[in-house]
Design a protein. Structure first.
Length: 74
């Protein structure tokens, strides 16, 4: 799943939402924060990975061959 933070969104609320998705069975998710130019990657059974100023995101083993160009997400 993908969450894209809008100007009015609270990071704490979105982070809670992401943890809830994972708890309810989502295998992974991206929380894209355009304001701080970071991406938090949530995965089952793993700590949250935080990327600073990434240019692309990989679909990894869930979506092999998929790459999201973050230059297009503004």
């Amino acid at each position: 799943m993908v969450e894209l933070r809008s100007a009015s969104d609270s990071m704490e609320t979105l982070q809670s939402k992401m943890r809830e998705y994972i708890t309810n069975g989502a295998s992974s998710g991206w929380l894209i924060d355009r304001k701080n130019i970071t991406v938090e990657i949530y995965r089952q059974g793993q700590d949250v990975e935080i990327l600073e100023n990434p240019t692309t995101l990989s679909g990894e083993d869930i979506l092999p061959g998929f790459n999201l160009d973050l230059k297009e997400v503004s």
